[in-house]
Design a protein around this ligand. Structure first.
Ligand code: SF4
Ligand code: SF4
Ligand code: SF4
Length: 508
């Protein structure tokens, strides 16, 4: 019992309150879902329970007198290269709970972020840049299988027509899509905001594995629906309503393991959408129990195509792992229209900390090696490549496309656009910003129209910056950027890393 008390005192945050400026409006008390701000009636004072604070900054943002400051607790355990505070505190937590350590929203460890060691080359004098304010810049991206060559024919009326049959394509007005975030893990307000923004900006959002709520069916033409190992919410109507179908094999934050939405989160709406009983745990198995080979995967790809009259592209999503390139080649040959590679920095609503921090590989290396192998095998045109997991800004989008992707998926950036402060506590179901919660009161904190506008602003801002960067590279169409590694240079990387990325060092 005593250990419970003293380990609690080694908390991560301090909630500092200037009592002189506090007007006791109790906004912070009402806004904190973790009871880290409390009103002590006997003493008539608003007080802080530091150990409960997750560092979400909600109270700091809304305090009318600006008298709260959330700080990292400067009290540190003795520095130790092996037994860092993080390792010690993790042992404390498990000694207390006996459970798996959980986390969310991306790996914060100091692994190399290759994006930060890659620079974009610019045109000067002999190879003039292009002014995007004066010249047309084409960001439109088609996701889907492309023919090796186009054949034309002349009809009886003398008109020349395309003879080659083109596989179904998604038309993205920007090379950015919203990545899979499932209803249940996030709430309906956020799903609706994503759907509205995707529709307005001419891109796509993704249901994740939680099914498609009936209210969102009108956005079907801009919706990628997921078919994951739990098959939650998968029906003929669900598939037919979509623009594309994504088979989720793995995700970057937790490669090789399944998912778990606790029964207490499965309310009436979520149970209807996922097609499971109210209050039952939604457990996605680690593998698809009908997929143990590329041939099995091919059967599912074609079952989904058959179910939708071959009208929708089928994606396959895998986590970035050491043999992603070989797997991607198999996926292309299995008949998929797009591969999604999700890097180890990818976010999620809940992941075991040890898996998130120790499994998978960086997105940049995976995309470069997948693009290389598909090109060397002469099948790059047969499949589109979508990169997700750790895309933070428009420069990351430009770099990942130049490394070989067709488009980028963004998830955490979309959450941040609507208020997420990356406190990494999505798994508690008490998101203070109303995003990863289905609590009716907390969910109201996310206004659909405002959130949709913020998402749209983000996409518009990034699109503008991508055009600027393409212009300075002397490129006027996203098609010419894809796999154009000549326009990138590495800094501070080893020869081996440069070799895998397919880049020259800066100065070369
Ligand atoms: S929100 Fe600010 S002013 Fe209001 S009670 Fe909390 S600390 Fe005091
Ligand atoms: S958890 Fe969030 S709302 Fe609560 S005290 Fe900490 S920063 Fe403020
Ligand atoms: S979505 Fe909410 S709970 Fe999750 S990291 Fe962001 S602010 Fe925290």
């Amino acid at each position: 019992m005593s250990s419970r008390l003293w380990t609690d005192n080694f908390h991560d945050f301090l909630v500092d309150r200037d009592q002189e400026r506090c007007i006791q409006c109790l906004v912070c008390v009402r806004q904190c879902p973790y009871e880290a701000n409390i009103y002590r009636e006997a003493a008539d004072v608003v007080d802080s329970v530091h150990k409960n604070c997750t560092g979400c900054h909600r109270c700091e943002a809304l305090c009318p007198t600006r008298c709260i400051t959330i700080r990292l607790n400067p009290s540190e355990l003795r520095p130790h290269a092996t037994w860092t505070s993080r390792n010690v505190k993790n042992v404390y937590k498990q000694a207390r709970t006996g459970g798996v350590l959980l986390t969310a929203t991306g790996c914060e460890l100091d692994y190399p972020t290759y994006f930060d060691n890659i620079l974009i080359d610019a045109c000067q004098v002999t190879n003039p840049s292009i002014d995007p304010l004066r010249e047309p810049m084409e960001l439109r991206t088609y996701i889907g299988r492309k023919p090796e060559r186009l054949e034309m024919e002349t009809g009886e009326d003398g008109r020349v027509r395309l003879k080659t049959e083109i596989a179904p394509q998604l038309t993205c007005e920007v090379p950015i899509l919203f990545s899979a975030m499932s209803y249940g893990a996030v709430n309906l307000n956020f799903c609706e905001a994503l759907a509205i923004s995707a529709t307005g900006t001419g891109t796509y959002w993704n249901t994740g594995e939680g099914g498609l709520h009936k209210k969102l069916y009108p956005y079907g033409a801009r919706t990628v629906v997921q078919c994951a190992s739990g098959r939650f919410g998968v029906s003929k109507t669900y598939l037919e309503t979509s623009a594309a179908i994504e088979i989720k094999v793995g995700q970057g934050a937790k490669p090789g393991i399944g998912g778990h939405l606790p029964g207490e989160k499965v309310n009436r709406d979520i149970s209807e959408t996922r097609m499971i009983p109210i209050g039952s745990d939604a457990i996605s198995p680690a593998p698809h129990h009908d997929i143990y080979s590329i041939e099995d995967l091919r059967q599912l790809i074609f079952a989904l195509k058959e179910a939708t009259d071959y009208e929708k592209p089928v994606f396959v999503k895998i986590a970035a792992v050491h043999n992603s390139a070989a797997i991607a080649s198999g996926i292309a040959r299995a008949g998929a229209d797009a591969i999604v590679i999700d890097g180890f920095r990818g976010g999620t609503g809940a992941a075991p900390t040890m898996i998130r921090d120790n499994v998978g590989i960086p997105l940049e290396l995976a995309i470069a090696s997948v693009d290389d192998l598909l090109r060397s095998q002469g099948i790059r045109n047969e499949i589109s490549l979508i990169a997700g997991g750790g895309i933070r800004n428009s420069a990351d989008v430009v770099k990942i496309i130049a490394l070989g992707a067709d488009a980028a998926y963004i998830g955490t950036a979309a959450k941040v656009a609507v208020g997420c402060t990356v406190c990494q506590r999505c798994y508690t179901g008490k998101c203070p910003w109303g995003i990863t919660t289905n609590d009716p009161t907390l969910s109201k904190r996310l206004n659909v129209e405002i959130a949709a506008e913020q998402l749209t602003n983000l996409i518009d801002g990034w699109a503008h910056e991508i055009k600027e960067m393409m212009g300075l590279m002397g490129i006027n169409a996203i098609e010419s950027l894809r796999g154009n590694r000549e326009r990138l240079r590495g800094v501070g990387l080893t020869d081996r890393e440069l070799n895998i990325l397919g880049l020259k060092h800066a100065g070369e």
